[in-house]
Design a protein around this ligand. Structure first.
Ligand code: FE2
Ligand code: FE2
Length: 278
């Protein structure tokens, strides 16, 4: 089976800064012969507050000639408690109504594909626990299938056992619980987005892939990360006994830098950075 992973498209009908990259991505997907496209979140610029961003982006996704599965990103359903746009019931209902389930399972031959809503992690509330229990079930009844997990946030940034990275990765307590489940259930792959850096590595028996964004990369606005600044996608080949993941830079895409347009695209974030610098 061939899966194209795309991530961080950051599309919007009103903030059109990165929309021009979509056509070349869509055209390239058609040439890959992929069975499935999986979008690992940040579909929109601001779907967390603007329904029209989700509607606009979904119209583009539905035009693809290949089935698409999507997990939400922080710009789609909100982020951690205490952030400017925490995940809440309204945001989750909007996503579930306009896109579909925010976590899902999909079987293909000898593989069980699992999509997680990583933005529920860190709340320690009923929504978080419900997803964990659903995940435990989805892993327990996989019936010998190997498992590939797709989520927006990576498990860690620099070190599998590091402390809380705040904005960037899954919180430590929830990360430990995921590690235990992954070790117990033959999880072959954890593929994510969010960082706008492309990287591949391993933890225990699991391949880790940070899919590159199709929209923008980050120059000096934020901290350096492992991997490389790249706009593109990932091609995952899943065989019966093996998995092969390749990060690809796509022709025809512009490597936009968010640094140059942050005031227009994410004014809240720009204000926070300015306050932090004072
Ligand atoms: Fe993003
Ligand atoms: Fe994100």
């Amino acid at each position: 089976m061939k899966i194209v992973q795309i991530s961080d498209t950051h599309l919007s009908p009103s903030k059109t800064h990165f929309n021009d990259n979509w056509e070349p991505v869509a055209r390239w997907i058609e040439t890959t012969g992929a069975d499935l496209v999986i979008h690992t979140g940040d579909l929109t610029i601001d779907g967390a507050d603007h329904e029209e961003d989700i509607l606009f982006s979904m119209e583009l996704m539905r035009k693809l000639p290949v089935p698409v599965l999507i997990v939400p990103g922080n710009h789609d359903v909100g982020h951690l408690p205490g952030s400017d746009q925490p995940v809440d019931a309204d945001r989750l209902v909007r996503w579930r109504t306009l896109v579909g389930p925010d976590y899902w399972v999909c079987d293909h031959g000898t593989w069980r594909l699992i999509g997680l809503n990583s933005l529920l992690l860190g709340f320690e509330n009923a929504e978080e626990e419900k997803q964990f229990q659903w995940l435990e079930q989805a892993l327990a009844n996989r019936d010998g299938r190997r498992v590939a997990i797709f989520a927006h946030k990576p498990l860690f940034v620099d070190d599998p056992m590091e402390g809380d990275t705040g904005y960037w990765s899954v919180t430590p307590k929830q990360r430990r619980r995921l590690y235990e489940l992954m070790a117990e259930h033959d999880v072959a792959l954890h593929a994510s987005g969010h960082l706008h850096w492309a990287w591949q590595g391993h933890h225990e028996g699991t391949d880790l892939v940070w899919g590159p964004p199709t929209s923008f990369i980050i120059d000096t606005l934020e901290r350096e990360m492992p991997g490389e600044r790249l706009v593109g996608a990932v091609l995952h080949h899943l065989g019966d006994e093996w998995i092969d993941s390749k990060i690809v830079a796509l022709p025809g895409l512009t490597s936009y830098f968010i640094d140059h347009v942050i005031d227009e695209v994410y004014p809240r974030h720009a204000k926070k950075l300015a306050e932090a610098a004072q």
